[in-house]
Design a protein around this ligand. Sequence first.
Ligand code: B3K
Ligand code: ZN
Length: 896
Amino acid sequence: MKTDQAPSIERSDYRPLPWRVDHVELHFALDEEATVVTSRLRCTRNRQVSAGPLRLLGEELELLGLTVDGAAPVDGQLARGEGWLELTLAGDTAEIGVVTRIDPRANTTLSGLYVSRGGFFTQCEAEGFRRITYFPDRPDAMARFTVTLEGDAERHPVLLSNGNLIEQGKLDGGRHYAKWEDPFPKPSYLFALVAAKLVALERRVTTASGREVLLQVWVEDGNLDRTGHAMESLVHSMRWDEEVFGLELDLDRFMIVAVSDFNMGAMENKGLNIFNAKYVLAKPETANDVDYENIESVVAHEYFHNWTGNRVTCRDWFQLTLKEGLTVFRDQEFSADMLAQAAGAEGAASARAVKRIDDVRVLRAAQFPEDAGPMAHPIRPESYHEINNFYTATVYEKGAEVIRMLHTLLGAEGFRNGMDLYFSYHDGQAVTCDDFVDCMAEANGVDLDQFMRWYSQAGTPRLRATGSYDAAGHRYTLTLSQHTLPTPGQAEKLPLAIPVAVGLIGPDGKDLPLRLEGELHAGGTTRVLELKGAEQSFVFADVSAEPVPSVLRGFSAPVILEVDEDDARLAFRMAHDTDAFNRWDAAQRFAERVILGLTADVAAGKALHVPESFVAAFRAMLTDGTLDPAFRAQAAALPSEGYLLERMAVADPGPLRTALIHLTRAIGARLANDWLSLYKTLEVSGPYRYHPGDAGRRALCNLALKYLVAAGSVEGFDLARAQFARFGNMTEGSGALAALMNDGGVERDAALADFHSRFRDDALVLDKWFALQAGAWRWDAVTPPVLERVKALMDDPAFSLTNPNKVYALLGSFFRANPAEFHAVDGSGYAFWADQVIALDRCNPQVAARTARALENWKRYAPALQTLIRSQLERVRAIEGLSPDVAEIVAKALAD
Ligand code: B3K
Ligand code: ZN
């Protein structure tokens, strides 16, 4: 049997380290092909732990020297194996010297030290540091770092590492050096260095306690005019963390560096955040509103990690959600506050709802399918083969939902008290999720034992809500029940503690004041009910007429809500629900019902009819001038295909796409006059500014163009063409181009060619061009399959399999955002997928594994597709020398 699978790592196997590393001194003689790393570790025995050797981990390293207290290890002192070496040490302290040589240019994995566009960069989370030198490369080994970088002064004039710059100078032979010291102990995954030709935007700001700190955003020469927004976002993040959590920047200098080749979004290295250029660079001509929004939230996320992740870190990688779930929650709240602030008092609630809708869309499209497939795992997994496969939507997004539930249950003040206690107990430590939840419980005097099940149970709970009205007694009984389906390796599920925010809407469309039986007074119109058992009933008193319940307001828990609501009731809630999230959700539910109905009709060969009641309810929301445009844009965007496939009993992308095309055209045609007048009244004039109000209007205008062009409206088409011809900012440019993609004609290709020639030298803008084409729908029978275009685009000089952004833009968009084309019934998409996974795996296993995951839920697909997918999964599995990353994904996908 082939055994490419790495061994399984179990959470229960955690053992504390017998040796601490108090201080690390690193020296890098930087060279593209042969960097020599000299390291000196000052180690102390951990007396609380039973005796054991000092275990150092290393990968792809050439070991040039190893000393113990200045001498070569004596006989029997050193043991070596694949990926590790162990030293048996006498006494209570030891100084270990390690010299290794590495080849950064050959490192295409983008983990460890690598070269990108002539500069040196690092990425060490989760296990990249061991690709630089031998070290106890695990998060509970926290050490103080002093780092000296030595490099070519001309090619690498900027030398950066964590902490404070304490010395720099010239060396012989055109070389120079810089010495950095990080005053805070940190795990090796937070180590970083940059040596490159860069320039910086600088700003000095004063922290809440009155310290002056230096902020820098480092980019390649020529990009300085795209750094302003990232800097603004950083300053806003600092202020927010001071105000909301009382947390201040603890260093004299904080740096952000943009790099073009990067596996994910960004990395929170202490004082030296390294970012995918996509999440730093923005100017109106090249970045659209969504880019601006993303930059703000990623800058905030990495900055917030300085406390939630760096000052208090994870004991082991099973605790990843301790820092990720919490930090995602923090960045979501930050963005919501920024939006609310910009919207002013009147629009604040709606602005927050828009952000909540965005976050829930991501959860439903990415995390729900993960929780229902072979990779399903609790937010704190019990085992893994390759930790890089566990930077998942579950750990991040569901993890953030779990933190949000604590916030809901404890209130903002109670939550803050828990956070304060957490830092007072654990600052400077590597801890567990239990430690965090214990602080929340202790600070609030509550028992969170049952709540902890959210950390150990996988799968999305189904929450069922049924109501019954007792007209004589003026009582309304709401019965809530929960049920979670089995997930791989976890057949039995226990009831979870679920906060369910509920309101009751009277027949006049107004919220009723709520009084639960047994309470003296009514209080508020939304109540958080706590469901703890498998089923519980809640009785509301003084209900004079049968109400319509609005359940799970604000999406108070990450569950699938099952309520029996007919079309009329959904339309009623679309018109009246005072909870903006639920109002949107009613529209999504109605749309889902219509789409799945149409899909069934497509499959059965029936004629397609879009119900008038749906169009009327849709129109009422779209044209309601009291709703802000950003919210209306959310309400008018149909549920994502990924989410809809998840909702189908058997996923069948072809008929679903036909249904979506039909519905999009129907909405475009029947509401053409409304779309046209919206466009004309909401169009934003004047120079571009990133402002949520303007962004909402632009979003709705761009959506109008998409619907109109899809419906073949000549006027709409003219508007799209005109917007494209004169566009001054990228929101209008990419919006018009996206709309023109909804037309099969030559104009579309002309617009694409025009866009390409304008931005041929701008990698980030070209990513949009690749993504739009890979994600295109086929609106007519003459357009060739999208796969042909994707294959042709791989030969474009701007495309490269070694640049993750390009892979995500072209291949990622095709595999993830274009199910109908990817799942072509002849299996051509699957063969192409396997080719790409195999090719990617040779250079970058993390990117390959992410790509491989596009087919993990294959058992949900129509039987004919399953047969074709299985053979390609098996083909990938059989490849010799497959990385542990991809091996784990295909093994889990193919497991029975
Ligand atoms: N902590 C990093 C993710 C590292 C991923 C390693 N495969 C970015 C973030 O979550 O902020
Ligand atoms: Zn993070």
